[in-house]
Design a protein around this ligand. Structure first.
Ligand SMILES: Cc1ncc(COP(=O)(O)O)c(C=O)c1O
Length: 382
């Protein structure tokens, strides 16, 4: 028997409470039961982000919320600055371009992170920049971007900071009201431990003033419409993925019960153990500023990353992620967020060790796993 293990940076495994919420008759989306779930969902999300702002939930994957952040707060021909340091920065750029904005690309090497001074330079030289788009964690490279510092600069130049927190919300203790982020988005299938299909977006008072600057090019993702409905009536404008909303609510309860501070700490232990484990066998992280939720590890030229992923999938029925774009075949990525614990971490590391060994990499089998165990054992209650 080969146990199915999904250990990618999304979708991630889901806890029992979430599964239970999924396997029920669909709730009627205009009925009282669903309204009460919406109410709770809002409160639980607000609690996670320590904010009084009301979030909007969308029936879409994370990309839908990315699109919503563009079409609702910006209009064609406006200048926006987009940090492109990986697959998801690229996506923001493509969406902005598609909707007729004038996106300025701050391109960085994949694995690097944006420099605050550079962003300040862009904003100083172009006072028309209305918004700066970043990832908090660029999942394709496993890199953390300094969103708080970037937010301070955005504030100074009166530009909105739009942060893609799709692999950061539920990983880091993001206190939205204190964060300098104006618009924050996330998705269900990452650290929020729910299957794909719900995204969320939350914005502050300052961003709210720009809601509706663009009256065209949106319908399904019209946030004015959604905000009004969800805030006042605890209903979505259209039929939502009802069971997923209920499941997300359950996941948030689990997260809030543990506490985001503890989750962040445990995630960072798994990240540290993973990075140190692979360093022990001479495999370095791709990132110059590793995010704690995803580790992207470089492979030597002699090892084909696609074969490594395939070996693990075929032999162990375990799913880990490979590289995206030009990094395909060159790196592998391991997930530490969501319903993933230290034993999943050790499983991931040992599976990679088996694959490396089978593909001819020269090292002593077990070295990396042993190192990870040593690191983890230094922390009690991880
Ligand atoms: C940082 C980041 N942004 C955006 C996305 C796109 O989200 P989705 O695949 O849910 O549309 C992902 C998905 O991996 C992501 O990790």
């Amino acid at each position: 028997m080969k146990k199915y293990r999904i250990l990618t940076p999304g979708p991630t495994p889901v806890p029992e409470e979430v599964k239970a919420a999924l396997f029920r008759e669909p709730l009627y989306h205009r009925g009282l039961v669903f309204k009460n779930i919406m109410k709770e969902l809002q409160e639980n999300f607000k609690k996670l982000l320590k904010t009084e702002r009301v979030p909007v939930f969308l029936t879409s994957s994370g990309t839908g919320a990315m699109e919503a952040s563009i079409v609702n707060f910006f209009k064609p021909e406006e200048d926006v600055l987009i940090v492109v340091g990986g697959k998801f920065g690229e996506r923001f750029f493509k969406i902005a371009k598609r909707f007729g904005l004038n996106p300025i690309c701050y391109e960085i090497e994949w694995g690097d992170y944006p420099k605050v001074e550079k962003i300040e330079k862009y904003l100083k030289e172009n006072k028309n920049i209305k918004g700066v788009f970043i990832q908090i964690c660029e999942t394709s490279t496993g890199t953390f971007y300094p969103y708080k510092e970037i937010g301070e600069v955005c504030k100074k130049y009166d530009a909105l900071l739009i942060a893609d927190g799709i692999t950061a919300v539920g990983v880091y203790n993001i206190e939205f009201d204190k964060s300098n982020i104006d618009i924050l988005i996330t998705g269900s299938q990452k650290a929020l431990m729910t299957p794909p299909g719900v995204s969320a977006i939350i914005w502050n008072e300052k961003a709210h003033k720009r809601l509706g600057v663009n009256k065209r090019y949106k319908y399904y993702f019209d946030l004015e419409e959604e905000y009004k409905n969800q805030k006042e009536k605890f209903q979505t404008a259209y039929t939502p993925s009802v069971n997923l909303y209920a499941a997300l609510n359950e996941a948030l309860k689990v997260i809030n019960k543990i506490g985001i501070e503890k989750i962040e700490k445990n995630t960072s232990i798994m990240s540290k153990a993973t990075l140190k484990a692979f360093e022990e066998i001479n495999l370095k992280p791709l990132s110059k500023n590793p995010a704690i939720g995803v580790s992207a590890i470089c492979l030597p030229d002699s090892i084909d990353g696609n074969k490594l992923i395939k070996f693990i999938r075929e032999n162990f029925n375990m799913y880990i992620a490979g590289g995206q774009g030009h990094l395909k075949g060159k790196i592998f990525r391991l997930c530490h967020f969501g319903y993933i614990d230290i034993f999943d971490t050790l499983n991931q590391i040992s599976a990679v060790e088996f694959a490396l060994s089978s593909l001819g990499y020269n090292f002593n089998l077990g070295t990396a796993t042993k190192k990870a165990m040593e690191i983890i054992s230094q922390y009690k209650g991880a």
